[in-house]
Design a protein around this ligand. Structure first.
Ligand SMILES: CSC[C@H]1O[C@H](OP(=O)(O)O)[C@H](O)[C@@H]1O
Length: 369
């Protein structure tokens, strides 16, 4: 993120935010380097990930997070691990590669980009069984870089389409974080806001803090404020009132897995935002790349929801526990927003309107053409 000028907001910092290097391959190709997002906004610390354990822990503990960023990290990560497999025997190489893949894939179940990226990297190996391992490694490096480069292009296109849905001066409500830190550049749900700012447009953003891990408070308000975008941080339970007050003209949210019928898994609380938006007659837009659409999931019923530790609710951000040790907790990291509550799904191929079964399938037809 570079050195952000504390006293200045606005365009001086905009590019440092929209083009943050949150996930990258080290110069020598032996490590993945990430910004530790659990330390933001107070400290900007970088982590060097080399082992399978480093990568698993970084994803599981949300040091790198956001569906596309997880996919990019997994792509670079499996390449870094593949370089550590000491054999020229193809079958042995594939066997070890698959062990690493299975391990990384087990770190978080909901964001489809993780398995999507790992499957894509495995395809490179299985479709080149005739090549020496050294050549396969070069192809793996190329593929891992393509995953990131494609995401940059997808987020930029999503930002353009998303910007067409809002007007200068609009109030926009966001939930969790789907900015550059969660992706590559610009982001998805936040991308249109940064792109609009570059063009001199101004929005009034209301960012849900997003309990329990506070991605909205820690990350979204940071990215927006440092870019000079008007952002008001609210507790999640304030979303209804700001909508009732008429301060919101659109809700922009990200996604972790979009089913074929448009049901969308996103950060816990998104379905509540969608129900409120429907009640107040406010459009709710899901913004995400085609790499987050899973046509193998017929509906939200098919999406696995990650359950996380009780400490994230009871102790993580408090000096003392906020509930007794014996008190049970339920901590789903995501929920599924029914497609009937979604106005449109914004992808890099265009804005998908209901019936989503048709419009989402069209996204992939366009990509193939
Ligand atoms: C651009 S994808 C962002 C998406 O991922 C977040 O989940 P997490 O912070 O647990 O990785 C959240 O659902 C965002 O909408």
């Amino acid at each position: 993120m570079g050195i952000l000028k504390k006293e200045e907001n606005g365009l001086e910092n905009l590019e440092k935010i929209t083009h943050v290097e949150n996930v990258k391959l080290s110069e020598d190709g032996k490590n993945v380097i990430i910004i530790d997002q659990t330390k933001l906004p107070n400290r900007e610390e970088y982590l060097t990930l080399h082992t399978a354990g480093d990568l698993y822990e970084a994803i599981f503990e949300l040091k790198v997070r956001g569906a596309p960023a997880i996919g990019i990290c997994a792509g670079y990560g499996i390449y870094v691990l593949a370089r550590q497999i000491e054999t020229e025997d193809y079958d042995r190489f594939l066997e070890e590669f698959r062990k690493y893949k299975e391990y990384l894939d087990s770190s978080r179940p909901t964001a489809v980009n993780l398995s999507w990226a790992l499957n894509r990297m495995e395809n490179v190996v299985t479709s080149h069984s005739d090549l020496p391992v050294s050549k396969i490694l070069k192809l793996l490096e190329q593929e891992s870089r393509m995953i990131q480069e494609e995401d940059i292009r997808m987020c930029r296109a999503i930002s353009e389409f998303g910007l067409s849905l809002i007007h200068d001066g609009d109030g926009v409500l966001t939930h969790c974080n789907a900015g550059p830190l969660a992706t590559s550049q610009y982001g998805t749900a936040l991308g249109p806001l940064f792109l609009g700012k570059e063009r001199g447009m101004n929005f009034k953003v209301f960012a849900d803090e997003t309990r329990p891990l506070l991605q909205g408070a820690r990350l979204t308000s940071h990215e927006l404020a440092k870019s000079g975008i008007d952002v008001t941080l609210i507790c999640d339970n304030m979303a209804s009132l700001v909508m009732k007050n008429g301060w919101i003209q659109a809700c922009f949210v990200g996604c972790d897995r979009v089913a074929a019928n448009g049901d969308t898994a996103n950060k816990i609380g998104t379905s509540g935002v969608a129900i409120l938006a429907k009640h107040y007659g406010i459009p709710l837009y899901v913004l995400g790349p085609s790499s987050t659409i899973d046509l193998n999931c017929a509906s939200g019923e098919d999406i696995t929801i990650e359950l996380r530790d009780a400490d994230e609710i009871k102790t993580k951000f408090y000096e003392e526990p906020m509930a007794l040790p014996e008190v049970k907790c339920y901590n789903p990291a995501f929920d599924v927003t029914d497609h009937t509550l979604i106005t449109a799904i914004v992808t890099e191929e265009g804005i998908c309107y209901p019936p989503f079964t048709d419009s989402l399938a069209e996204v992939f037809r366009k990509k193939r053409s």
